[in-house]
Design a binder for this molecule. Sequence first.
Ligand code: HEM
Ligand SMILES: [Cu+2]
Length: 563
Amino acid sequence: MTNISISPDEITRGQPYPGAPDNWKRFFTFSTDHKVIGIQYIVTAFFFFLVGGAMAMVIRSELLTPEADLVDRTVYNALFTLHGSLMIFFWTFPVLVGLANYLVPLMIGARDMAFPRLNAISFWMIPVAATLMLASFLVPGGPAQSGWWSYPPQSIQNPTGNIINGQVLWILSVAINGVSSIMGGVNFVTTIFRMRAPGMTWFRMPAFCWAVLAAQLIQLYGLPALTGGAIMLLLDITIGTSFFRPENGGNPVVYQHFFWFYSHPAVYVMVLPVFGMFSEVLPVHARKPLFGYRVIAVSSVVITVISGCVWVHHMFASATPPWMRMFFMVTTMLVAVPSGIKVFGWVATIWGGKIRFTTPMLFALGGISNWVFAGITGIFLGSVPIDLHVHNTYFVVGHFHYVLYGTIVMGIYAGIYHWFPKMTGRMYYEGLGKLHFALTYIGVQAIFLPMHPLGLQGMPRRVASYDPEFIYWNVIASLGGFLLGVSVLPFILNIVSSWIRGPKAGNNPWRAYGLEWLTTSPPPVENFEEIPVVVSGPYGYGKNQPLVANQARLGTIEEPATS
Ligand code: HEM
Ligand SMILES: [Cu+2]
């Protein structure tokens, strides 16, 4: 028998459980430590980001010329379908859940998530579901081709007659992903409600945790609709029900309601945690308290509610009666209020601050600027007459990539760089980080800006070939796309090399407030030697107040007296 009693010294080295490997091998175990699971999520998601990105490279290569000459049209359909599905279901969701997994227990002063085993199961469902989706390349007829929306009647046709076809695998994959996310939602909500350290009142909780709570509440109210809709699709394909079959009295538009009732708020499941990260990064790197903290915190919850009342703006062109268009146009415009409040809060936070242009700060500022732009085109799309004009054109593709890449991906990078020293105990290389930022920021503008004039001129989306009059902007967009492809190289190089041998970072390299910075880097199993007693809010920059009782480390947080 091996002896599994361990010394306190070994505990602090961070094994997920007694006797578990304390090196990289622990990331391949069924660990229940939220920090290991967090990194498992992040790394797995990044893998699918690269796969989905490779598909985007093929798509943009095809669109370099007006003719459909690189890939077959059915392959093109499969590529944009899987590109979108992977990016949403297996990159953005999991990477954000990973960051939240890592950070939330540390930020609220808990030892772990409320249900550690459920947490591990939620994670391990992700690679299973993603493999199922990618395995669709191997079945007759290839992967699903009806887009990440999977609208019937297209998605319920089954030309090959096989029960195991790409569309069925897609549905199963999305359903498993949905179950995993529901379990995650239960876990996060319970953790935030029940596991906060003594003294961590609601309004002492970091804005990031508010944002995660708001986002996870959306998962709980929205996902049942999506999963239900997916199961009805499955029944229509496999056992011949007619929920959505018009020829037998079904109604395909009903699916659109199921789908968008979840999938519009899903945008906020992705963007709220990113807003939360902006709210954490800006105060630290501008040395100022978060301006309007309470309003920013509450606005996350307001967004959760309003975003559940806007879904029909995706269906203005779907035989929607005028009164309904009018109602949803107004609710859509309403989301601009809490979102705008946040932007004002961020600007006021950095106003007059001592800004350090570190890599996370650059990504946060760049992400916010892209969000402002995406918000403006979003207002355009929310107004019925403009939407009817640009519906299903590249204007829409440009708009949502400013949200997804310009805001969300850039925000994720900001978060990864900001907390990298906490997760690894090492510092990334600032030069490579800035190069990564520059390539990303320029690449985003170069590819996604031209999509707006293309859309206004009427170039339809989801086509492998286009009218030669559109060639000018498409070449620029494709070159920008390739630049974005290149931009991930300095990131990978930076993360891998600094994780292995980067300079030691210390426990609080940014001299930041927040409980996560009071423990070691990386934090020990169960996070804190003893659970901290919180005595003030998380943004006390310049106020020289302790964050926790008995805090003897103010010097590590405040600027040196000379500055
Ligand atoms: C270099 C990076 C990227 C490039 C070049 C790219 C390009 C494209 C193109 C050309 C389309 C097809 C548009 C159409 O015809 O409708 C598309 C669709 C899509 N992309 Fe991206 N994209 C990139 C990154 C991302 C990221 C990071 C996300 C999400 C986080 C994303 C999410 C989507 C979604 C959801 C669709 C819709 C798929 C569908 O219509 O079913 N993309 N992308
Ligand atoms: Cu929407």
